[in-house]
Ligand binder design. Structure first.
Ligand code: ADP
Length: 393
């Protein structure tokens, strides 16, 4: 059984073809610069295939992908593909789980697409392209927000005029839900129980922290949009919105330009003035650069703030998990955060923390909270949901 896991952006389409018998990736790649000129990269059997190609629309990208799956001998026939799972960024309170695409689902997606104008319309283009190219293969949608739909109202409501929620749907929706769910399910297998208090730290270029109790999300750090919460590669995370008017006036910027600054020119990049990339920041930090030290410490502090908040909310924690690009690879960030958490009885084994690759327990046997590093796999989660939905259809 082979499933395609798809992540369509406004000018790109990423794919993984997964063999669900052993959950291994058969091939993966990206079709990019769609609508500009066009280029694709495919990884298969340890080889890389890369070429410019005319890609006017997402339909062109999907047709070329299917053509390449055959011509590169990745599949013998397209009939081998039994389902296509699509990542969708925003499901609002309309979708609390993954579903098979039908006319009603497409209508609902259409009705909420303005809530993520940069992402949802692009995700829908991907779905429509596959519906055209493989009309007999079921498509499913897997939402970044769905896992967070178990938050209660006291958690997701903002202390702003209540009418904003009623009239405009202003509330916390969160993001990275597919990753946090993957971490929850993986931890459940490791601990051999569903009953545990987990603080899941997805720390990549984008970053969010989620509090999970007995398998369900109770709070998450991203908000109405992914700009909220901890400091990130280029995003500020939470700030006081009253700081915006004086900057807007001084720099003659409108609200869109200043929100763009908070999304693209803030966080690690803005504060350090060096780079948004943790590897570059770490290099400067190790050399003793003052702004890099300030940025690194602020970064670890913002993550600590949320872990501490969720520790109290959950009434303690059994496990803290670090995942995504920085969480999986930066022993410096993990070490600084865990140092900040010493008062909660967190103790990590430096040897294990400095040398871990892949899944690892990095806390000592004395630690009051277990600390794990778990590589996330959103593509696999999308494929698993797709398989499950097809089986039960
Ligand atoms: P995205 O949100 O784009 O999916 P990723 O999860 O891929 O982001 O994370 C990207 C971040 O991971 C970058 O800041 C990058 O520097 C960081 N990263 C990747 N490898 C390492 C490493 N070996 N050490 C420290 N940071 C790393």
């Amino acid at each position: 059984m082979k499933i395609l896991s798809i992540n369509a952006g406004s000018s790109s389409l990423k794919f993984s073809l997964i063999n669900m018998e052993n959950e291994s990736v058969i091939a993966s790649g990206v079709f990019e610069r769609i609508g500009i000129d066009g280029h694709y990269k495919i990884k298969f059997n340890g080889e890389k295939y890369e070429e410019d190609a005319k890609l006017k629309t997402h339909v062109d990208a999907v047709n070329l992908l299917l053509e390449k799956l055959i011509s590169l001998n990745i599949v013998k026939s397209l009939d081998e593909i039994e389902g296509v799972g699509h990542r969708v960024v925003q499901g609002k309170d309309v979708f609390d789980k993954s579903v098979i695409v039908d006319d009603e689902v497409m209508r609902k997606l259409e009705s909420i697409k303005h809530f993520a104008p940069l992402h949802n319309p692009a995700n829908m283009l991907g779905i429509e392209a596959f519906m055209k190219a493989l009309p007999n293969v079921p498509n499913t949608v897997v939402f970044d927000t769905a896992f967070h739909q178990t938050m209660d109202k006291e958690t997701y409501i903002y202390p702003v005029p209540y009418e904003w929620y009623e009239k405009y749907g202003i509330r916390k929706y969160g993001a990275h839900g597919t990753s946090h769910r993957y971490i929850t399910e993986t931890m459940s297998k490791i601990l051999n129980t569903d009953k545990f208090k987990l603080i899941s730290c997805h720390i990549g270029n984008g970053a969010s922290i989620t509090a999970v109790k007995d398998g369900k999300c109770v709070d998450t750090s991203m908000g109405f949009t992914p700009l909220a919460g901890v400091m990130m590669g280029t995003r500020s995370g939470d700030i006081d919105p009253s700081l915006l008017p004086p900057v807007m006036e001084a720099e003659n910027k409108d609200i869109n330009a200043i929100i763009n600054d908070l999304n693209k020119h803030s966080g690690i990049l803005g504060l350090s003035g060096i780079s948004s990339d943790m590897r570059d920041l770490t290099e400067a930090y190790n050399k003793g650069d003052e702004r890099a030290i300030l940025t690194m410490h602020k970064y670890a502090r913002r993550i600590t703030d949320y872990i501490a908040q969720y520790y109290v909310l959950l009434g303690g924690a059994d496990v803290i998990v670090f995942t995504a690009g920085i969480g999986e690879n930066s022993f410096v960030v993990r070490s600084l955060v865990c140092e900040n958490l010493k008062c909660l009885g967190v103790e990590i084994d430096d040897e294990k923390n400095n040398n871990c690759h892949g899944e690892a327990l990095i806390s000592t046997s004395n630690s009051k909270i277990k600390v794990y590093v778990i590589p996330t796999d959103e593509e696999l989660m999308i494929a698993r949901d797709t398989l499950e939905l097809i089986k039960n259809a």
